[in-house]
Design a protein around this ligand. Sequence first.
Ligand SMILES: [Zn+2]
Ligand SMILES: [Zn+2]
Ligand SMILES: [Zn+2]
Ligand SMILES: [Zn+2]
Length: 244
Amino acid sequence: MGRLCPICQEHLREPVSTDCGHFFCQLCLIQQAIKASDGDILNCSVCRKPWSPNILGAGYSCEDHQKLVGWFCEEKQLFLCSHCRTSPEHRTHHELSIDIAIIHYKERIHRKVRKLRKFLGELCHLPEEKGKLQTLLVDSEKHRLKAVLEKQQTGEQLGSPLQQWLRGLNSISEEVKELHDKISEAETYLNDLITELEKTSKELNITLLKVNSLMGHAGRKKIRKRKMHLLSTCCVPGTVLGAL
Ligand SMILES: [Zn+2]
Ligand SMILES: [Zn+2]
Ligand SMILES: [Zn+2]
Ligand SMILES: [Zn+2]
């Protein structure tokens, strides 16, 4: 049996030792420390002796001020200590405490998932709409064929109307088939994206926030690029995707 973490009472995960020699899961210690203080005095929850934030590893203690971080600057995608937070650079920002920032990101992900689900629902109805359109087109083609045949009977020669008509029908059904393929590709992509976002939201904690500023520039760009692709292939009304 390995040692237990005094905070979560489970086996130690990525253990860190305080200056007094007690072991904790890194994540448990960080979360407890951030909740319990503004980064000034950190006491071991077992023996109450003070410990230094440096033991938490890079990123969790401010290098400039040797203090525990407690805030997340969304603008710069940085963790800040209480000292950094009041510096001229950040004074005008609306900095969130790390706990609140995590809740905020989870909510943002949930909103995005809801929108994606709604869009996915609309996408599923598209084949029906296209089916109706196909019926309409076939009907109008029938009328055209009838007119052509009547003209032919009156002596006007217009090539082979039946062949023309069949060619027209084939290209319509090919277009519809292609559209079906594109829609199912888009559905797969959206389902994957939803699964990925839900997983991220479930696992989101301070460690993940540190390594991966979730809604960061690159992620947004990737989603936007994909949206443009879907828009151009699916002829989906821009308003639906634009709202994402
Ligand atoms: Zn623990
Ligand atoms: Zn201790
Ligand atoms: Zn600082
Ligand atoms: Zn800031």
